[in-house]
Design a protein around this ligand. Structure first.
Ligand code: TYD
Ligand code: MG
Length: 457
């Protein structure tokens, strides 16, 4: 086959066809054919990819491979650098996903402006907005004189041409779903196009050590649109979490080849763009009504940072027959498990009760240390008694009703003390190892029953 042509490859069996079929002629899978460019095999003029290896393909001993000097670049937005694991890695490709209107373009334009001031020219290719629209947004964000180049373009080849001309220090493509390659006939946003665009941008990024940010759309069920392969190809995947209706936004790393995941960046959306939130605990607790049954303050850890959040539960007698259990910000299966533990091990009667659980502020808490907070909130609401004032809580709950130790207890207690909490109910295994003499008293508990006794009067 001549190079420059395209084939349709089945994503299930790998069979190739010269034209599109609704059903793969080889394996019979429906809708599995995707257009791909034909690339000559590397090396000896395409004679065969399994031919004799050249010089470059020879394996080298580990010790002889020199350590590259990868100094990270500061984007100028501390919370973004934190999620990236300490700054931008040259040549890395970062995918930023999130719901429409959550602030992807805003964050990247702010990052572009501040990076342009410190790192050199930045090219911002927007396929969704015109240069004027981006500029209007930039004026709101207070983008000052900086070598920031805007390009309203969706053609991949022309974006790469602009990269050649501008020689940017950072490239931003908003969004990858709008970019199309002239080599393929399929529509922008189709699997073939998205994959081809991502692959070409990846080659450019690696070849020029050019850090590249791609904006990715998410589908209705919350996953990144386009092939899952996009997440495998890029180095880092960041997600915007939280609600569009809340003022604050959370950026979380779900994959990072150059740093830890689960690190959070917390921002607040203001009239002049996104602003970093220096103390997330304060933000998440700001609207908390004290001494209300069903409200518990939980010391959770996100990445390397302790964050206090409010767990709210509402238990009310359900309608006859079925009882509803819903959880937002927490895995519903975990809630079901904890309710069963409460029923069996602590003698609470929850059958026939509706249970609603919410992590205030739109944060998603996944760690097991949240268990004790959930259990306490549910029990507090069921008994209609508030949790003792000034108390924070953390701990994992096991199926036998035991409270298990959790990592980084000291960090959690320190954060609680800093925010004025005077008691911390925690696993007995943790309270022994924690230092005494802090302003926050450690109350170690071994079982769920003990915990409820310590928490609720
Ligand atoms: P945007 O960044 O365009 O979202 P995305 O690219 O993820 O689709 O828009 C974010 C929202 O934030 C938009 O609805 C308007 C709002 N906004 C502000 O509140 N303040 C601002 O300064 C800006 C630029 C946007
Ligand atoms: Mg946008």
């Amino acid at each position: 086959m001549k190079p420059g042509r395209t084939v349709f490859a089945c994503q299930a069996c790998g069979a190739q066809a010269s034209k599109w079929h609704g059903r793969c002629p080889e394996c019979g899978t429906w809708h599995s054919l995707v257009e791909e460019p034909v690339r000559p095999a590397p090396g000896d003029g395409g004679a065969g990819r399994y031919g004799p290896p050249g010089e470059a393909a020879a394996a080298r001993p580990y010790d002889e491979i020199e350590m590259p000097d990868v100094a990270r670049l500061a984007s100028g937005i501390d919370e973004l650098d934190r999620v990236l694991g300490g700054g931008i890695v040259p040549g890395s490709v970062v995918l930023l996903g999130g719901e429409p209107g959550i602030g992807k373009s805003t964050l990247l334009l702010q990052a572009a402006a501040s990076a342009a001031r410190t790192l050199g020219p930045v090219l911002y290719a927007s396929g969704e907005e015109s240069e004027h629209q981006v500029k209007i947004r930039g004026e709101r964000l207070g983008v000052r004189a900086a070598p920031l180049y805007l390009l309203a373009e969706t053609c991949l080849e022309r974006i790469l041409e602009a990269v050649d001309r501008v020689q940017p220090a950072v490239l931003i493509v908003d969004s990858i779903q709008t970019v199309f390659s002239g080599k393929l006939q399929s529509a922008p946003g189709s699997i073939g196009q998205v994959r081809e665009a991502a692959a070409q941008l990846l080659f450019t990024a690696k070849g020029r050590a050019l850090p590249t940010f791609l904006v990715g759309h998410v589908t209705k069920d919350g996953s990144l649109a386009g092939p899952k392969v996009l997440e495998h190809v890029v180095d880092t995947v960041l997600y915007f979490e939280g609600e569009r209706h809340h003022a604050h936004r959370i950026v979380r790393a779900v994959k990072n080849r150059f740093g830890p995941v689960s690190e959070l960046g917390v921002f607040e959306m203001t009239g002049t763009g996104l602003r970093a939130v220096p103390s997330p605990s304060q933000l998440f607790l700001s609207e908390r009504a004290a001494n209300v049954p069903g409200s518990v303050v939980l010391c959770s850890i996100e990445g390397s940072r302790p964050i206090l959040v409010e767990v709210q539960a509402l238990v009310s007698s359900g309608a006859y027959g079925t009882s509803r259990r819903t959880a937002s910000g927490l895995d519903p299966n975990r809630l079901a498990l904890l309710l069963a533990v409460l029923e069996k091990r602590a003698g609470l009667h929850l059958a026939g009760e509706d249970v609603f659980l919410n992590i205030a502020g739109g944060l998603i808490v996944n760690e097991p240390a949240a268990d004790l907070g959930v259990v306490a909130a549910v029990a507090s609401s069921l008994r209609n008694r508030a949790v003792r004032p000034g108390t924070a809580v953390f701990g994992e709950v096991g199926l036998a009703g035991e409270v298990r130790a959790t990592p980084q207890a000291a960090l959690r207690v320190k954060e609680a003390a800093q925010l004025g909490f005077t008691r911390c109910v925690m696993p007995a295994g943790n309270s022994a190892s924690s230092a005494d003499g802090e302003s926050c008293r450690h109350v170690g508990v071994g079982t769920v029953e003990e915990a409820l006794e310590a928490l609720i009067e």
